[in-house]
Design a protein around this ligand. Structure first.
Ligand code: GAL
Length: 418
């Protein structure tokens, strides 16, 4: 009898536990938390939603959302460098998974090893093995991934294409066939913005020109940067550039997207933060309001990049930063942030019902496509190469000389240790 009663009690207690709301207990952390990123303005809503979760869990912490505007971190990364080298690190900062993290801050021994946190939070099983490798070395794991973004996407407005009687091109040859017609009608065939977006366009064009195997071979040092494949990539890039807007260098990536949305341009090649911008800020529905295809000639390949946040050594509010990293890596945090951002979750257990049609299609491609790393967003090469490449791009935009650009890349690769 006693036994039966005890059993009943256990069942009752278990039922109570399961039924109990899963609300996280508020922490008693105090002081500040400075989060450093380039997710300002139009790029802010996803980060704001994540910060809201943090504030609920840590009501005693004052969050300083330190953003430096400028797509792809062009300005933020320079400011970060000054602060890190000046001994004034923020508590946590945005950094791309891959060489941007490993080849700079990890190499300089400026980051804390997060492997214990990964183990404690059960993240070793939750994040894909390949991604953990990308943010890790033999000595540790160095950041917490929050997004998986796709770089090689072409965007358009379906109603506009219908009006102009064109379809989204599957290859660059298709594009070069329809572009003169669009141009003669006063439509910019391909919207481009400031210089980093030229690097961004270049990687999609190069991937199409040389194929995924050669792309990977470049970064592992097996394909020389002055090879015929590379020259071909620059040649094609030069042809594509003829159909971009003349005022590109003065525009932000959002303004280039606006050109497509406002029917001044037919297409734009941009990472899928553009989907976040069009869905979250412009309130366009994926599929009807805006359309997408893999950038010409890259169907079946997912050129990826991942945003992550690390913990610099000497972070002034370390405990608050660790609590931030826990929110970032959590399922709730990830599935709150990514649907607004246009990215997909880096976690394998993400709840896809929370994502729109674009992101669901990206999630499918992420699983089934060949995956390669982005140059423009820190995966494929270290900062020495990436920054040097930006100068080569500036030279190319003026001279349009494929041989010279390829040779300059080969010299740069040597300097960058590729
Ligand atoms: C990328 C970053 C994205 C997005 C984009 C535009 O480098 O990974 O999350 O912010 O820049 O600024």
């Amino acid at each position: 009898m006693k036994k039966a009663f005890a059993k009943m009690l256990i069942v009752f207690a278990a039922a109570l536990l399961i039924g109990a709301p899963q609300a996280a207990q508020a922490s008693d952390l105090k002081g500040e938390l400075e989060i450093f990123s380039w997710w300002a303005g139009d790029e802010g809503p996803a980060l704001d939603a994540l910060i809201d979760i943090y504030k609920k869990e840590n009501p005693g912490v004052k969050v300083i959302n330190a953003t430096v505007t400028g797509g792809s971190g062009v300005n933020a990364q320079a400011v970060l460098k000054t602060r890190m080298l000046g001994g004034e690190p923020p508590d946590s900062f945005q950094v791309h998974a891959g060489q941007e993290l490993i080849g700079t801050w990890v190499k300089a021994d400026r980051m804390e090893d997060l492997a214990p946190l990964f183990k404690e939070q059960g993240w070793m099983d939750v994040f894909p093995e390949g991604l953990i490798k990308l943010i890790g070395t033999d000595n540790g794991i160095w950041s917490v991934p929050v997004t998986i973004h796709r770089s090689n996407v072409m965007w358009y407005i379906p109603a506009n294409l219908k009006k102009w009687g064109v379809e989204a091109p599957k290859t660059w040859d298709d594009f070069l066939t329809i572009a003169p017609k669009l141009k003669s009608e006063g439509v910019v065939p391909l919207a481009l913005a400031q210089n980093w977006t030229a690097n961004h366009l270049w990687e999609s064009v190069a991937l199409a020109a040389m194929g995924a195997d050669n792309w990977d071979a470049l970064w592992s040092g097996k394909l020389p940067f002055d090879s015929p494949e590379m020259v071909k990539a620059w040649e094609l890039f030069g042809k594509v550039l003829q159909y971009t807007n003349a005022d590109a260098t003065s525009l932000s990536w959002q303004q280039a997207t606006d050109m497509v949305v406002d029917d001044r341009a037919a297409f734009n090649i941009m990472g899928d933060w553009a989907a976040g911008y069009m869905s979250t800020t412009k309130k366009l529905a994926p599929g009807e309001g805006y359309g997408w295809v893999a950038s010409p000639g890259t169907e079946g390949t997912f050129m990826f990049l991942a945003d992550s946040f690390g913990l610099p050594k000497g972070a002034p509010h370390r405990a608050n930063a660790v609590a931030w990293l826990k929110v970032l890596g959590s399922k709730e945090g990830s599935d709150t942030f990514n649907p607004l951002k246009g990215s997909i979750s880096a976690r394998k257990d993400s709840d896809l019902s929370k994502y729109n049609a674009y992101s669901q299609s990206a999630a499918k491609d992420w699983k089934s496509n060949r995956v390669v790393g982005s140059l423009a967003h820190g995966v494929a090469a270290n900062d020495t190469f990436k920054n040097g490449f930006a100068s080569i791009m500036e030279m190319f935009l003026k001279t349009k000389n494929p041989q010279a650009a390829s040779m300059a890349c080969a010299q740069l690769a040597k300097k960058a240790g590729i």
